[in-house]
Design a protein around this ligand. Structure first.
Ligand SMILES: *[C@@H]1O[C@H](CO)[C@@H](O)[C@H](O)[C@H]1NC(C)=O
Ligand SMILES: *[C@@H]1O[C@H](CO)[C@@H](O)[C@H](O)[C@H]1NC(C)=O
Ligand SMILES: *[C@@H]1O[C@H](CO)[C@@H](O)[C@H](O)[C@H]1NC(C)=O
Ligand SMILES: *[C@@H]1O[C@H](CO)[C@@H](O)[C@H](O)[C@H]1NC(C)=O
Ligand SMILES: *[C@@H]1O[C@H](CO)[C@@H](O)[C@H](O)[C@H]1NC(C)=O
Length: 474
């Protein structure tokens, strides 16, 4: 399952990653500069446009003839409706320049709103929506945003993400609308898209639907994000993030479609949301700290994941994560920490409390032997895991209730379990034993199955010292 899940996405053996990393980096640079140029160009084309609804009924140089945007009497002069910027909303015409135009105008006015009205379907090619803006800004999505449905319609220079928010501050996305990545073509191995990074080497890439890069004070609420080619909502190098009452949905058989992906992002609260996709519902990656997830339903998917961390001997630092009041149904994992062998750094102070699982394969799992191919070489270095609390984990499992597979050389320490009540989902499933490998900590009743009791070894000063000696990079 998990082992082979990503393997098809790499056209060449993993070692090629080492060779192509610099090349890929240069592709990224090239992509960025192409986008920067495009951006500059489109700015020139749009900055003379009227800046408010009232005066913007006729798009200069527009081919829309006598097209009149619908009256929008409820909105004020701080609302920038994409229709007023030439968007057709017919699901066929590329409306991305209208969105960029509305964004640029709104960005100049503190407290402005960019409006995607209901009753329309706006086809958008990939766009950069860039800050910093003059003040707070809202993107009100009441209609539907559609990504190009055919892989071949994606510009080769923008394969990494669709709606790319960069350097925004104090920004809110809200509304009753839908952001539809139309990703089904990306999910089938037969139509994989490979980016040629050199004569011999190509790499599979598929876009994230909404990405926030280097952004602070961002709220995303109420909207639906569906069918992303890959990750649905991603934050990297960002902070002060709130996600509330959103729905993320893509089918179970959509590979690599994470719900929410956090990387190098701090001070995050994600709550009261429903997430179902083909990969992790929430994935917390290296560089994340102070993340609070609560009141989330996850189904289907791979569960809530810290990691995978430490790939290719990299350093990973994750700390102060609280996951509580989560319900998981029909998922691969419940709450999981996964690291590759050979990485360095640490995962510290993580608590999983009040987790309800139903038909979950592995409700509680630490996997320090994460590997995306047939076999990974054993390594002595490992991301050190300490201070992980599991409390009030209830429900049913289909494979193994608790699996703590810690590095053979670096023990997991201060792993505390209390009030675990897990039953096989169908009577008759062999009650598979709990596994604790090189993991130390305390357990407290009630514990069901009883094999959890005695699974953890008691911490000693010596094992704590061994564990700490590996976490210094953070
Ligand atoms: C964002 O909000 C914070 C806190 O209210 C404020 O200090 C900061 O100046 C704001 N930044 C922008 C660009 O509006
Ligand atoms: C949650 O979002 C839905 C869909 O946009 C909306 O109808 C509902 O009012 C929101 N709930 C809250 C509590 O804001
Ligand atoms: C652990 O994380 C929680 C939640 O972020 C925080 O309140 C607490 O202070 C942290 N504990 C330590 C010892 O850092
Ligand atoms: C989680 O739910 C329990 C009861 O369902 C409640 O007592 C607790 O306050 C909740 N936690 C949070 C952070 O809302
Ligand atoms: C790694 O170590 C484990 C446990 O000692 C052993 O079973 C396995 O065969 C080793 N794998 C490799 C690739 O050497």
């Amino acid at each position: 399952m998990e082992r082979n899940r990503r393997s098809w996405s790499w056209p060449l053996p993993l070692f090629s990653v080492f060779l192509i990393a610099p090349l890929l980096f240069s592709v990224l640079i090239a992509t960025t500069s192409v986008e920067a140029r495009k951006h500059h160009h489109s700015y020139k084309n749009t900055h003379n446009r009227p800046h408010t609804n009232k005066h913007s009924n006729h798009r200069k140089g527009s081919d829309s003839g006598g097209f009149n945007p619908p009256a929008d009497s409820a909105t004020d002069s701080t609302t920038y409706n994409v229709v007023s910027f030439g968007a057709r909303g017919d699901g066929v015409t590329d409306d991305s320049q209208a969105l960029v135009g509305a964004w640029k105008a709104a960005c100049q006015l503190p407290g402005a709103t960019v409006k995607i009205p209901s009753g329309f379907r706006f086809l958008m090619r990939p766009v950069n929506l860039q800050g910093p803006c003059k003040g707070e800004l809202t993107l009100q999505i009441d209609g539907t945003l559609l990504a190009p449905s055919r892989v071949g319609d994606w510009p080769k220079s923008s394969m990494f993400q669709w709606l790319n928010f960069k350097w925004v501050q104090n920004f809110t996305i809200q509304g009753s609308g839908t952001v539809d990545g139309q990703g089904s073509q990306w999910w089938t191995p037969s139509s994989l898209y490979y980016v040629q990074v050199s004569f011999l080497i190509s790499l599979k890439i598929s876009p994230t639907a909404l990405r926030f890069y280097s952004s602070h004070g961002v709220t995303v609420r109420d909207i639906r994000i569906v069918n992303s080619p890959q990750c649905h909502l991603k934050f990297d190098y960002s902070g002060g993030i709130k996600v509330d009452n959103i729905t993320i949905s893509s089918p179970e058989n959509s590979p690599n479609t994470d719900g929410i992906h956090l990387q190098s992002t701090r001070d995050v609260e994600i709550h009261h949301s429903n997430i179902g996709c083909g990969d992790d519902c929430v994935s917390i990656q290296s560089g994340c700290s102070n993340v609070h997830l609560h009141h989330i339903n996850c189904s289907p998917g791979h569960g809530i994941s810290v990691g995978s961390l430490g790939k290719d001997k990299s350093a990973a630092c994750v700390s102060n994560i609280v996951v509580d009041n989560i319900s998981l149904r029909n998922t691969l994992a419940g709450v999981r920490i996964k690291t590759w062998q050979g990485g360095v750094g640490s995962v510290k102070n993580v608590s999983f409390t009040n987790i309800q699982v139903s038909d979950v394969k592995y409700p509680i799992i630490i996997d320090q032997f994460y590997c995306d191919k047939h076999r990974c070489e054993n390594q002595t270095a490992a991301v050190a895991i300490s201070g992980v609390k599991y409390d009030q984990i209830y429900g049913t499992y289909t494979a193994q209730p608790i699996r703590l597979a810690c590095s053979t050389t670096v023990p997991c320490v201060d792993v505390d379990v209390a009030d675990i009540q897990l039953k096989p989902s169908i009577a008759g499933i062999p009650s598979s034993a709990s596994l604790c490998w090189n993991s130390y900590g305390k357990s407290q009743a009630p514990l069901l199955p009883s094999s959890i009791d005695g699974c953890l070894r008691r911490d000693t000063a010596y094992v704590k010292r061994v564990a700490r000696s590996h976490e210094h990079v953070c």
